[in-house]
Design a protein around this ligand. Structure first.
Ligand code: HEC
Ligand code: HEC
Ligand code: HEC
Ligand code: HEC
Ligand code: HEC
Ligand code: HEC
Ligand code: HEC
Length: 266
């Protein structure tokens, strides 16, 4: 009798202890996911891994497999989506929370941000111009790949139509000169992508003296690929690079013709 009650006592104490740990564990997990602590991204994925989740006709699905292959696999959802927790409704912030996320990158990429904030895009975006390029407009959001890997860097190199052309459709189209634009568009690796002439984080308009295409700098920019490049060389051929564009902007008849025959591969 005594023996049994000793063992059952021990058994129940152990069971209680065990249950206590389980309880603490679950409570901790819940609290930590609630507060964006240890497993918060899993907390978000309870809903966002559902490929049918949408609001206002826009998909809110996040592909977990692809996210885990991205360079931000260890970054928490809530580090870009500041103020978002696993409870609904999500915060009702002033301004567009997705635009905030597309610029929040500055918190971790300070060096890049320091350049970007003075660029044509950065200045405009930070003043609230929603059509200017944010970090995420050029890089994407959830599935960003490492650029230390040659293959993904090459992929980006070849993607100028989307990276720049999605907004500068006109300059994408007019980038079609015989020596640079046309060979780039058919994948000739030595031809320049947009940011080999314009830079990428420090893009500035032509009339800014620090721009890579300013009067003072253009010949140096060409010189990266054309050793011995001079001002005459740059000024002579430079305008032909987007020549078609300039032609259309300045020549009313051409502009009208292009509109009329828009099916023609101008
Ligand atoms: C209980 C389900 C659920 C959980 C958990 C959840 N979400 Fe959501 N999320 C939704 C729904 C539903 C919407 C659309 C309605 C809304 O915006 O409130 C949404 C919308 C969003 C949006 C788009 C907001 C916008 O303005 O377009 C973001 C970003 C987002 N969630 C991020 C997160 C993050 C980050 C977490 C984790 C910290 C998370 N969600 C957890 C269900 C959830
Ligand atoms: C590196 C920053 C970053 C991280 C980390 C991140 N997001 Fe986002 N997320 C963004 C940006 C930027 C947008 C806006 C994209 C746009 O406007 O096209 C966005 C948009 C969204 C949206 C709206 C739908 C969409 O795809 O545009 C949802 C939902 C969302 N994020 C959920 C999550 C969840 C869940 C996680 C974690 C698994 C997460 N995000 C991690 C930056 C991030
Ligand atoms: C106009 C498009 C554009 C914008 C805006 C932009 N980037 Fe980039 N970024 C690029 C391109 C293109 C590269 C790769 C260039 C190369 O081949 O080395 C790059 C490279 C990077 C790299 C790799 C390191 C480096 O400096 O080369 C990081 C990190 C980065 N960007 C983060 C950001 C962040 C953070 C922001 C916003 C503050 C931002 N980018 C804004 C186009 C852009
Ligand atoms: C919470 C911190 C954090 C935030 C916020 C964040 N990143 Fe990152 N990012 C990182 C870390 C960490 C790495 C990996 C660095 C490495 O591998 O050297 C990285 C890597 C990158 C790379 C690849 C750089 C390379 O040289 O391979 C790019 C591009 C990038 N981030 C862009 C962005 C963009 C765009 C945003 C905003 C939408 C953003 N990041 C937001 C922390 C962050
Ligand atoms: C999300 C849209 C968007 C993307 C993506 C984008 N740009 Fe822009 N870009 C703009 C807007 C808007 C301005 C004008 C900003 C202002 O108000 O000064 C601008 C300005 C510029 C300028 C300065 C001249 C001017 O017209 O003001 C150059 C050069 C430029 N972009 C080149 C590029 C290149 C190269 C890329 C790709 C690496 C790129 N942009 C990606 C929207 C974009
Ligand atoms: C070989 C160098 C070179 C390449 C590559 C190049 N550009 Fe240009 N770009 C120039 C020069 C030079 C000018 C100034 C003369 C002009 O406007 O035609 C210019 C002008 C521009 C402007 C107007 C700048 C201003 O201040 O008004 C934009 C926007 C632009 N380019 C976008 C692009 C885009 C987008 C691509 C890729 C599809 C691209 N460029 C590729 C050399 C280049
Ligand atoms: C990223 C590299 C790169 C940049 C930057 C570049 N080019 Fe070129 N360029 C080439 C390639 C590749 C060819 C075609 C092969 C060849 O003839 O060398 C070419 C050919 C030419 C040609 C015809 C052949 C020749 O060598 O005379 C001219 C003219 C020219 N480029 C002018 C310019 C001017 C002006 C600039 C600056 C606005 C410029 N390029 C910037 C790569 C570049």
């Amino acid at each position: 009798m005594k023996k049994i009650s000793f063992f059952s006592g021990l058994f129940f104490s152990l069971l209680l202890l065990f249950m206590f740990f389980i309880f603490c564990g679950t409570a901790f997990a819940q609290v930590s996911s609630y507060y964006g602590g240890i497993t918060p991204s899993q907390g978000c994925m309870v809903c966002h891994a559902d490929n049918e989740l949408e609001a206002n006709g826009k998909s809110l699905y996040i592909d977990e497999g692809a996210y885990k292959e991205s360079v931000h696999k260890n970054v928490l959802c809530s580090e870009c989506h500041i103020g978002f927790f696993i409870n609904l409704p999500h915060p009702d912030t002033k301004g567009d929370p997705l635009r905030v996320a597309s610029l929040i990158c500055k918190d971790c990429h300070k060096d890049v941000y320091d350049e970007y904030k003075n660029s044509a895009h950065g200045k405009a975006a930070l003043m609230g111009k929603a059509d200017s390029a944010s970090c995420a407009d050029c890089h994407g959001s959830h599935y960003i790949k490492s650029l230390k890997n040659e293959e993904t860097k090459e992929e980006l190199w070849a993607n100028a139509e989307e990276v720049c052309g999605s907004c500068h459709e006109d300059y994408w189209e007019s980038y079609s000169d015989y020596y640079h634009g046309q060979p780039y568009k058919v994948g000739f690796r030595k031809a320049p992508t947009c940011w080999e002439c314009h830079d990428y984080h420090n893009i500035l308009p032509e009339d800014n003296p620090n721009s890579l295409i300013s009067d003072a700098n253009l010949y140096k920019t060409c010189g990266n690929c054309h050793p011995g490049s001079t001002k005459e060389f740059a000024d002579g051929y430079g305008p032909s690079i987007h020549g078609l564009q300039k032609g259309f902007e300045e020549n009313i008849v051409l502009k009208w013709l292009r509109g009329l025959f828009s099916w023609f591969p101008w």
